[in-house]
Design a protein around this ligand. Structure first.
Ligand code: C2O
Ligand code: CU
Length: 510
């Protein structure tokens, strides 16, 4: 399907209204349901699944420390709108449609974290073995930042998210107001996703890999998915009219597999102020933002002096050789609105203190964890964390309050965005090694010194790109809750096919 670019205005998501709010907290209800939504001027409305019947879902806003409760209600049909592979995990006996919501990046108790096996069906009629409660609680006792909520059901996360089950969640801080950042109409969320469409407007998602012989299950999971169309906030290649002034954009990559390398065709930089876990220490000027699935980047763009120009948000990881591929563009800004008043907002040089976890804690454990590939029983690529499958016994069991280094050794030929639940971590470094040699005889031969993280990776992160042939080292303090959580690759096609593992935060007194 060829769709004309920049014909639809960029929408912004509604802010979710609470059912009730009092001194003990704020209570929301969110209903997952099927609906049709127009994603492009020339596309018939697309059948989607979304929170409150919107794609992306409504934005939830919380103040730092505000107790939020959400009842996530499943009112979806019993049959999935996308092809469900029943050969992966143990889902053959599970109901076809099941959901569980994870608030990505939040510091939450295990019973509210959206454990993949805590799924439930329509009306909570059936529930997974780890299901504990209908109403989830989010303490929001963490640094103000941009989070997002999305489905996390065992074995079908990629399908549920692709169908539309994703939305933004913002924690606002008290001090943030004094920072005089662009705000109100000048603070815009940008949720970037890729999709493919059929002629009739319906979502297209492969039923099997391209090279599937007769030996593969039908439907079968695919090893990766890249849509040929880019959407922002649920519109295909939209445009946004802006004033010649500073804007703050909270960028989230909510795509299944695709990583973007974002740049502005005007040659302007992005001023990045925040990463996954909140404000950076210092504002970082970035010509290019490399953003892997689930990463968030909080940036300021200054359109001052660009009156009457059109600026395209480009994706340098777009077309390889394919002239038909149009994914090299994301969004168009038209600096066409008159300045409504003097722009008094600022781009602060200094943002927040980031205490070094490494300097301030004893490191209890260093875990060497590999990302590696083998084949499943159908001969499909099977990517694993440390050579183990989801059902294997838990091996990562930090004690409550322990500081650990996880050294993630990528033995595959492509990068994986690795996400750890419960905590925000710091990136220590990345070190390249001879991958061919390693795969031949298991010798770890470094080919260079450890490289410090990119300037915009020096804050708090919960998802980090682990490149091929490198050891990516992150450090985290496992607190404040005990219990079972997960870590996984955030390429959803990998996550669903065993590139996810449980970990347990132990109570050392027990
Ligand atoms: Cu955004 Cu466990 O995921
Ligand atoms: Cu992966």
């Amino acid at each position: 399907m060829r769709l004309q670019k920049f014909v639809d205005r960029l929408p912004t998501m509604d802010k979710l209204k609470p059912v009730s709010r009092n001194k003990d907290g704020t209570y929301y209800e969110v209903e997952m349901r099927e609906f049709h939504q127009k994603l492009h001027r020339d596309l018939r409305p697309t059948r989607l699944w979304g929170y409150n019947g919107e794609f992306p879902g409504p934005t939830i806003e919380a103040e730092e420390g505000e107790k939020v409760q959400v009842k996530w209600i499943n009112n979806l049909p019993d049959r999935h709108l996308l092809p469900v592979d029943r050969s992966i995990h143990d889902v053959a006996h599970h109901p076809e449609v099941r959901t569980v919501t994870h608030l990505h990046g939040s510091v939450t108790r295990p019973d509210s974290d959206g454990y993949p096996e805590a799924w439930f069906t329509r009306g909570f009629r059936q529930t997974g073995p780890f299901f504990e409660r209908e109403i989830y609680e989010y303490p929001n006792r963490q640094r103000p930042t941009t989070l997002w909520y999305h489905d996390h059901a065992m074995g079908i996360t990629r399908l549920n998210v692709y169908a539309g089950l994703a939305g933004m969640y913002v924690i606002r801080g008290k001090k943030e107001k004094d920072m005089n950042l662009p705000s109100g109409n000048y603070e815009i969320p940008l949720i970037i996703t890729d999709r493919s469409f059929e002629e009739d407007g319906s979502l297209s998602y492969p039923r099997q890999p391209d090279d599937a012989g007769d030996h593969l299950p039908d439907p079968s999971i695919v090893p990766a998915f890249n849509g040929d169309t880019i959407l922002v906030n649920g519109k295909v290649w939209p445009y946004q009219e802006v004033e010649p002034r500073k804007y703050r954009f909270r960028i989230l990559n909510a795509s299944n597999t695709r990583t973007y390398r974002l740049s502005l065709d005007s040659g302007q930089p992005f001023y990045q102020i925040g990463s996954d876990g909140g404000f950076l220490q210092k504002t970082v000027k970035q010509e290019v933002l490399s953003i892997a699935p689930s990463e968030r980047m909080d940036v300021i763009i200054d359109f001052t002096g660009y009156k009457d120009s059109r600026i395209i948000l480009r994706n340098d990881l777009g077309p390889d050789a394919d002239p038909e591929d149009e994914t090299d563009e994301v969004l168009e800004w038209r600096v066409s609105l008159p300045l409504s008043g003097k722009d008094t907002s600022r781009i602060p040089a200094y943002l927040s203190t980031i205490p070094s976890l490494k300097d301030q804690n004893n490191i209890k454990t260093i875990r060497n964890l590999s990302l590696s590939g083998e084949e499943d029983k159908f001969g499909r690529p099977l990517l694993l964390l440390d050579g183990r499958k989801w059902e294997d016994p838990i091996t990562e069991k930090p004690g409550l309050g322990d500081t650990e280094i996880w050294a993630i050794r990528n033995l595959t030929n492509f990068p994986h965005p690795i996400h750890i639940h419960l905590i925000q971590f710091q990136v220590l470094d990345r070190q390249p090694f001879d991958l061919d040699r390693y795969n031949e005889d298991g010798t770890l031969q470094f080919t260079g010194p450890p490289v410090p993280p990119q300037p915009n990776e020096r804050g708090w992160k919960d998802t980090i790109a682990a490149p091929s042939g490198q050891i990516t080292r992150v450090i985290a303090k496992f607190e404040p809750f005990t219990g079972d959580y997960v870590w996984h690759c955030h390429i959803l096609e990998h996550e669903d096919h065993d590139m996810m593992r449980p970990f347990r935060v132990r109570n050392p007194k027990e």
